[in-house]
Design a protein around this ligand. Sequence first.
Ligand code: EPS
Length: 393
Amino acid sequence: MRYLTAGESHGPQLTTIIEGIPSLLPITAAQINHELKRRQGGHGRGRRMQIETDTVEITSGIRHGKTLGSPISLVVTNDDWTHWTKIMGAEPLPEDIDPNDIKRQISRPRPGHADLVGGMKYGHRDLRNVLERSSARETTVRVAVGAVAKILLKELGINIVAHVVEIGGIAVDPKSTEGKTVEEIRAIVEADPCYCLDPEASAKMVELIDATKKAGDTVGGIVEVIVEGMPAGVGSYVHYDRKLDGKLAQAMLSINAFKGVEFGLGFGMAHVPGSQVHDEIIWDEENGYTRTSNRLGGLEGGMSTGMPIVVRGVMKPIPTLYKPLQSVDIDSKEAFKASVERSDPCAVPAASVVAEHAIAFEVAKAILDQFHADQFPQLKKQIDEIKQYAKEF
Ligand code: EPS
């Protein structure tokens, strides 16, 4: 399974093609649109999200509500495009128009964004040519892809959810997930303005985001993704590029502004002895092999253990600041404040939705790489069999 995305932030549309989803899987646009709406929300989003109503058009690969096995293409149109048709048009400029007269040119790169190095790399003196693609707007269609992956996983009994665990130093109660299923977590998160499980922490996060916005600044945070119902043995220890944790880490770090990733106890493993890190193994007839704890986050030797996968990612504060930082004008080489673009003071809740979907794609891909099937019912049969085999092993 693989996918590509295309589209500029203020271009006409975002496009993705997903290849490798088995046939006969029921999928509707409404299921995908629900996730796109969640990505647009969360406290701290900016004005662009008031302009857009992200909805997907399915243009191939699905007929009468079921996958055909052919490539699935999904399109999300940018409502803002109507304001940008001249600035972002694909046709060459008419000869009587000087390219320097085109509005919204950018020559003052924002520190922390792709602007300066992207301009050097591709030879763009108008840095808009960089930011249009490096913008987190692209995560819209990544969520659409992940929504398709999540539908497949759910039919296999694998459920996935993300929640916000920290914003700007305000952390949720570490016990907030204890005793809750993915479905229970989802119900709480979907009703919370910061997509978190701890109402007290959430209220403080809202205050902090509002104060940060007033100060013209931005704030980052940490999100956690939980995958429940994984069969044991997805991924492999036999070769570096088959390790599932390595693939999930790459997926997490590929999200705009994400700078770190950890599994289970994560970096906390540096502070405690092995006896407080490794999860003891038990067996019973109903559940087969399980662990008495899940400090390794559901992964041993680059493989899923069958325990929930727990993976966290840290998002830096968005680098587009209304009170801009020091920069240099690339035309005059003089010191200037960076250019100010429309931005969100905090996109951590929205990024948790992106993380959920980026991880969902990677998990679904790992499963399809290992249990290849042309038809979805064949895949389901294989997964049910392997779960039973692992229980009795
Ligand atoms: C975003 C769309 C963008 C930004 C934001 C995320 O739209 P615009 O540039 O028109 O406001 O709001 O992206 C960034 C701030 C960034 O630095 O990438 C979206 O759809 O999530």
